[in-house]
Design a protein around this ligand. Structure first.
Ligand SMILES: Cc1cc2nc3c(=O)[nH]c(=O)nc-3n(C[C@H](O)[C@H](O)[C@H](O)COP(=O)(O)OP(=O)(O)OC[C@H]3O[C@@H](n4cnc5c(N)ncnc54)[C@H](O)[C@@H]3O)c2cc1C
Length: 414
């Protein structure tokens, strides 16, 4: 079979507008030119956080790996991420249980928890300097989701063996200086500079043998033994396995009805005086469906985001940035009146979601040697880590039953 990768000329510029505070004063890894056609064991297409995690892991396991990106690695959606590295999935456990049953939903939550712990160990063991900080999270009451809903969700999480506790409004105010009806306080998440994380992983993988190449994949020709990928300049890379880690630039032959793209906005303030930040600096996110969230950075800025809507056009997304920024500042004023609300960075990006809030990871239906690694939603990076471990297992022929929950052709109940 032969299939085109229909990128519709989408570039990184279409994925986000404005500049985030990540990666300042650092430079990206250098890609080599593709001077001739070549062969490799594994070809990864895309050098954002997903491709970087996978490349680092596969090379460490002794695979021969080539990663291509047609633009600067990391400067796609990864640079736009606010990088709250959470194990709590956008879809609350009670809702995921309604869809797939409690046991399956609890298993997915536990895998997500393990993924953040795995990522934490990886950063610690590798010494990658990406301002990684382990954090607790506060999942706070918001529009239509009061303390009773949070208490029930907290009890369900405890039944699933997940850590955390419900805290009431008085506790929230006394310990975190936040005024809401209640929250679930959970350990085990983290934050980081996502660009430095991706670049650090690529540097590490390159030192261990990764070939990092500047090329754009356009045409796939696959049979049962190998996949030949033709680049925009006509050269061909032939691989035993291909992994698509192209972020929201999803080839047509992978597209599924499960997935849709919206836009999301974020801003960063100036570094705060100590009183501008909340005690302990947990990641804060609202329990409502359209949620706002905030975190702090290593240099004491507040990053606040949300305001998602279904804007698709990059120009329209850019036009809306001033209005969305004002709204985010209003929410910041309400959540943290003591904060200095002077903005240094405001940006927006394409944000992929799926009907059930779970990622798309696994073999592309009908193409056993082409894998997809699309970790979407508010914990896209946690899912990227999961994708790297799952696909390494797939490539080694060690598929596990629970991978079915993330399959590209999974049926999603209404
Ligand atoms: C505003 C915003 C806030 C977010 N906040 C969070 C958060 O707090 N926590 C979290 O976990 N996630 C968050 N996310 C989601 C997270 O950013 C994404 O899940 C993640 O960055 C996706 O990384 P990726 O590597 O899959 O894609 P990308 O970073 O987009 O990388 C894909 C790469 O593929 C390359 N490419 C595409 N097509 C081709 C081709 N044909 N040939 C060669 N190269 C190609 C591109 O140039 C690009 O470099 C947020 C996203 C946005 C927009």
């Amino acid at each position: 079979m032969s299939v085109m990768i229909d990128t519709q000329e989408t570039t990184q510029e279409d994925l986000h507008n404005g500049r985030s505070p990540w990666g300042l004063q650092h430079s990206p890894p250098q890609r080599r030119r593709l001077t001739d056609s070549m062969t490799t064991e594994v070809l990864i297409i895309g050098g954002g956080i997903t491709g970087s995690l996978l490349a680092e892991h596969l090379v460490a396991r002794g695979h021969e790996v080539t990663l291509i990106d047609s633009e600067q690695p990391g400067l796609g959606s990864t640079a736009a991420s606010t990088a709250m590295l959470q194990w709590e999935i956008d879809q609350p456990l009670h809702r995921l249980s309604e869809l797939y049953g409690f046991d399956a939903a609890a298993e997915i939550y536990r895998k997500s928890f393990s993924a953040v712990q795995g990522l934490t160990r990886l950063v610690a063991d590798s010494g990658i300097d990406c301002q990684f900080s382990p954090r607790a999270t506060l999942y706070i009451a918001a529009d239509g989701v009061d303390h009773r809903v949070l208490q029930a969700e907290s009890a369900l999480r405890a039944r699933a063996g997940l850590p955390g506790e419900f805290v009431d409004g008085a506790h929230l105010q006394a310990h975190f200086d936040l005024r809401r009806d209640g929250a679930i306080l959970s350990p085990g998440s983290a934050d980081a500079d996502p660009l430095l994380l991706a670049w650090g992983l690529l540097h590490r993988a390159e030192r261990a043998g990764l070939r990092l190449i500047d090329a754009k994949a356009e045409l796939f020709d696959a049979d049962s033994r190998r996949v030949a990928v033709e680049m925009a300049d006509g050269r061909v890379i032939e691989a035993r396995h291909v992994v698509l880690a192209t972020g929201y630039i999803m080839p047509d032959f992978v597209k599924t009805e499960l997935h849709s793209t919206v836009s999301s906005w974020a801003l960063a303030t100036v570094p705060q005086a100590p009183k501008g930040l909340w005690p302990g600096r947990p990641l804060v996110w609202e329990a409502s469906e359209d949620y706002h969230y905030m975190r702090s950075t290593a240099d004491g800025r507040i990053v606040i985001g949300g305001e998602d809507d279904d804007t698709q056009d990059p120009d329209e997304r850019a036009r809306k940035t001033a209005q969305k920024r004002d709204r985010l500042l209003q929410v910041l004023g309400e959540l943290r009146p003591e904060a200095n609300r002077q903005v240094t960075h405001a940006w927006a990006g394409a944000f992929g979601t799926t009907q059930d809030g779970l990622p798309l990871i696994g073999a592309v239906p009908g193409h056993s040697r082409i894998f997809a690694a699309y970790g979407y939603g508010g914990n896209g990076i946690t899912f990227s880590y999961m994708a790297s471990r799952m696909l390494a297992a797939e490539i080694a022929g060690k598929r596990e039953a629970w991978f079915d929950g993330f399959a590209l052709d999974r049926p999603v109940p209404e």
